[in-house]
Design a protein around this ligand. Structure first.
Ligand code: APR
Length: 248
C-alpha cells in the first residue's frame, strides 16, 4: 500500500499546486498595473498564461530546466530603472513594506514575479492537469523542480539587469544574515554587474536582539563574492524594523 501511495500523485513532500492556479494567474495578469518597468512587449495575458502552463504541464516535475521557461520570460522581461531594485532574503514582507512607499521595486512587483508570488505548481507526466496533491520539495525530492527553477531564472535576470545602487534587506536576527545557499546568495549576489553598488540593510525583529552584523562572518563572505565581481558594498546593521522603515 505504501508503494502504491508513493508512486501516485501523493508521492512528493512539498505542497501541491495551488487550487485554481490558472484562474489566479489570469486574474493577476489582467489586474496588473501598467507601469513602466512591468514588461517590455505588449502584455497578452492569454499568451502569458499559456506559456506558463506549457512550461511544466505533462512534464516530469523533477526535470525542470531554464529552457522550459524561456518563452514565458521572453514574453514579460522587466526593465527596471537604475537605483530602484530591492532584493531580500528571509524578509519578503519587510522588503515589500520598505519598497512600496519609496517607489522601489522587488521581484514580486514585476509582472512575472507578481503572477507567481506565493503560488505552487507542478504537473505530472502524461497528464494535462496540475498535481494538487503534492509537488517536489527542494530538500527532500529534487532541486530541479519547477518552482525553484522559476525563481532562479527570474531572480538571475532581475539581478543581471540591475544598475546603480541595489538594496538588499537581510534578517539581522539570524545567526547568518547572508546565506550562500539562498536565492539571494547563490543566484542574485553572484550575478550583479561590475560597478553596481550593493547596499545591505541588516534589520532585526522587534523584541529580538541583533545576532549578525556587517563585520560578522556571513557578511564577510558576501563581501568577498562581491569584490571578485567589482561590485561595491555598503552595509548598515543594528537596525530595528521601525528605524529601517523610517518610523521612530
Ligand atoms: N513567492 C514564493 N516563493 C518565492 C518567492 C515568492 N515571491 N520568491 C522566492 N521564492 C522561493 C524561492 O525558492 C526562495 O528560495 O522561496 C524561497 C525564499 O527563500 P528565502 O531564503 O527567504 O530568500 P532567498 O532564497 O534569498 O530568495 C529571495 O530571490 O526571489 C528573489 O528577488 C528575490 O531577492 C529575493 C530573493
Amino acid at each position: 500500500i505504501y508503494k502504491w501511495y508513493r508512486s501516485g500523485l501523493n508521492r512528493w513532500h512539498g505542497l501541491g499546486s495551488t487550487a485554481d492556479f490558472q484562474k489566479i494567474i489570469q486574474e493577476r495578469c489582467d489586474n496588473y498595473p501598467q507601469q513602466i518597468w512591468s514588461y517590455s512587449r505588449s502584455r497578452n495575458c492569454q499568451e502569458i498564461k499559456q506559456a506558463f502552463m506549457s512550461a511544466f504541464i505533462s512534464k516530469d516535475p523533477c526535470k525542470a530546466t531554464k529552457e522550459d521557461y524561456r518563452r514565458l520570460i521572453d514574453l514579460a522581461d522587466p526593465t527596471v530603472p537604475c537605483n530602484k531594485i530591492v532584493l531580500w532574503s528571509k524578509t519578503k514582507e519587510l522588503a515589500r513594506e520598505y519598497a512600496k512607499p519609496r517607489g522601489l521595486v522587488t521581484l514580486e512587483d514585476t509582472l512575472l514575479g507578481s503572477l507567481a508570488d506565493d503560488l505552487h505548481w507542478c504537473g505530472e507526466p502524461g497528464s494535462p492537469d496540475l498535481n494538487t496533491w503534492s509537488c517536489p520539495d527542494w530538500k527532500k525530492d529534487c532541486r530541479t523542480n519547477y518552482l525553484t527553477v522559476f525563481w532562479e531564472v527570474l531572480s538571475k535576470r532581475f539581478a543581471e539587469s540591475a544598475c546603480g545602487t541595489v538594496q538588499v534587506v537581510l534578517d539581522g536576527s539570524l545567526e547568518n544574515a547572508f546565506n550562500e545557499m539562498s536565492i539571494f546568495g547563490r543566484v542574485e549576489a553572484p550575478n550583479l554587474k561590475p560597478m553596481v553598488t550593493l547596499q545591505a540593510w541588516l534589520v532585526h525583529d522587534p523584541g529580538k536582539p541583533p545576532r549578525d552584523s556587517c563585520s560578522g562572518s556571513s557578511i564577510t563572505k558576501l563581501k568577498s563574492i562581491l569584490s571578485e565581481r567589482n561590485v561595491r558594498f555598503i552595509c548598515r546593521d543594528n537596525l530595528s524594523r521601525d528605524e529601517f522603515l523610517g518610523r521612530f
